[in-house]
Design a protein around this ligand. Structure first.
Ligand code: GDP
Ligand code: MG
Length: 444
């Protein structure tokens, strides 16, 4: 049965709860599991080695907060490091250049260049209203140019008329001229590949690049590329200086190893992923999701909960005691606001979870951002200790003073007081529920 990395790390550290810092021996045992998980995800050995060393450096001596286990601490470090390597946000295709903006698609034969070329054209046309021209420079396979033409028709995007006697460089020149004269916003050049990397392929690609002056050079690579991923990405990057990578057939590989390998080897962002043969099967790349997948799907939610407890372990214990008595004063509210802020607010929490992008947008709209936390914390800071522990003292006069002191309006103070009242009532009700209920609230 599949056992996630998080589970395995949990086992290694069973019974070690609450020790001060991670020892070298603890970390070595954990890293053995990390290495295995990465190899199972088909990450290239070279990248695995480098990655494991990075994690080791961060992990040895790291404090283990009382409320979580060393295993959870290591999972958190591994997750953070994965996101650091993969990048923490999706990077879109850059069209910020004078039109026609040229995109050059490179890669091995069968990697999905032609399909991806048409998919990108469809996306740019539909989402950004761009006028796109496609050109096939694949003079090797007679059907290749026809294939792009058919796909272009399918997505309603123009293709450069086929002239079978030209070489790729001549076609690139003609395409550039046509794109300029035809008033196109974007020109996408689909190139021929080889079954493997060779000098001839690299040379041809470099010559095409020289005459077409592309704004983006995108390596299209199969997500099922295993140990060759590093070599492939590096070869192309050193010859034609990639600006990004598109991983295809991600629908056939849930492990994400190639993404980590290629990104680590080149430092170039994975910009898009192909998830099927259909023209709409193209998605933004979400680094966080790949990190989650490598760690074990579904574990991320508990990981975040644990992280919330890491931040608030000491305070949570104090609060648990108060909760038993059903007390929740403004000091407690301030602590909680500070913890939420440390976690990057609701947005930060959400971005760690798969599929929460929409939710995050909705929350941003609801103004649940750092500024709100800051303002609320400022209001509480302007109160005296007596007021904080006994909110009933806060009459109109005091509220005016507090608003002035915190640079806010009386309405803001009133709103905060109302929010506090609601939370205090709720705390009274869940008092018996103890810590579980509290972390539920922190987790949103
Ligand atoms: P090229 O030789 O690099 O131009 O590759 P093609 O674009 O001709 O694609 C080769 C095959 O892979 C075709 O049958 C495509 O339909 C298929 N393909 C491309 N991208 C994907 C993808 O993201 N998922 C799946 N399942 N198939 C894909
Ligand atoms: Mg092709």
């Amino acid at each position: 049965m599949f056992e996630s990395l998080s589970d395995r790390l949990g086992k290694i550290f069973e019974g070690l709860r609450g020790r001060g810092a991670l020892s070298e021996a603890d970390v070595t045992a954990a890293l053995r599991e990390v290495r295995r998980a990465l190899i199972e995800a088909d990450v290239s050995l070279e990248v695995v080695r480098a990655f494991v060393e990075q994690v080791r450096e961060r992990a040895v001596g790291a404090e283990v907060t009382r409320s979580i286990t060393p295993g959870q601490q290591v999972v958190k470090i591994v997750h953070d490091e994965l996101v650091a390597v993969l990048g923490d946000a999706a990077v879109p295709i850059d069209l910020n250049a004078p039109a026609p903006v040229t995109l050059l698609m490179v890669g091995l034969q069968g990697s999905g260049k032609t399909t991806t070329t048409a998919k990108i054209a469809k996306r740019l046309k539909e989402r950004q209203g761009k006028k796109v021209l496609l050109a096939s420079l694949d003079t090797r396979r007679p059907a290749a140019m026809e294939q792009l033409k058919v796909l272009g028709e399918q997505v309603g995007v123009a293709t450069l008329p086929i002239v079978t006697t030209e070489d790729p460089v001549a076609i690139a020149r003609r395409a550039a001229r046509e794109a300029r004269l035809g008033g196109f916003d974007v020109l996408i050049l689909d190139t021929a590949g080889r079954t493997h990397i060779d000098e001839e392929l690299m040379d041809e690609t470099a010559r095409i690049k020289a005459v077409s002056n592309p704004h983006e050079v995108l390596l299209v690579a199969d997500a099922l590329t295993g140990q060759d991923a590093v070599n492939l990405a590096r070869s192309f990057d050193s010859r034609v200086d990639l600006t990004g990578i598109v991983l295809t057939r991600v629908d056939g590989d849930g492990r994400g190893g190639a993404a980590l390998s290629m990104r680590a080897a080149t430092g170039k962002p994975i910009k898009l992923v192909g998830v099927g043969e259909r023209m709409d099967a193209l998605e933004d790349f979400h680094p966080g999701r790949v990190a989650d997948r490598i760690l074990g799907m579904g574990d991320i939610v508990s990981l975040v909960e644990k992280a919330a407890q890491t931040v608030s372990a000491e305070d949570a214990q104090k609060m648990a005691k108060k909760l038993k008595k059903g007390v929740f004063d403004l000091e407690d509210l301030r602590n909680q606001l500070q913890q939420m802020k440390k976690m990057g607010g609701m947005g930060g929490l959400m971005s760690l979870m798969p599929g929460m992008g929409q939710m995050k947008k909705a929350l941003a709209g609801a103004n649940l951002d750092e500024k709100v936390f800051d303002r609320q914390i400022a209001i509480i800071n302007s109160m005296t200790l007596a007021e904080r522990t006994n909110p009933d003292l806060l009459n109109a006069k005091r509220r005016i003073r507090i608003a002035k002191g915190s640079g806010t309006k009386v309405e803001d103070v009133n709103k905060l007081m109302k929010q506090h009242r609601q939370m205090a009532d709720m705390m009274k009700k869940v008092g018996k529920g103890g810590l579980g209920a509290l972390s539920g609230m922190l987790g949103g």
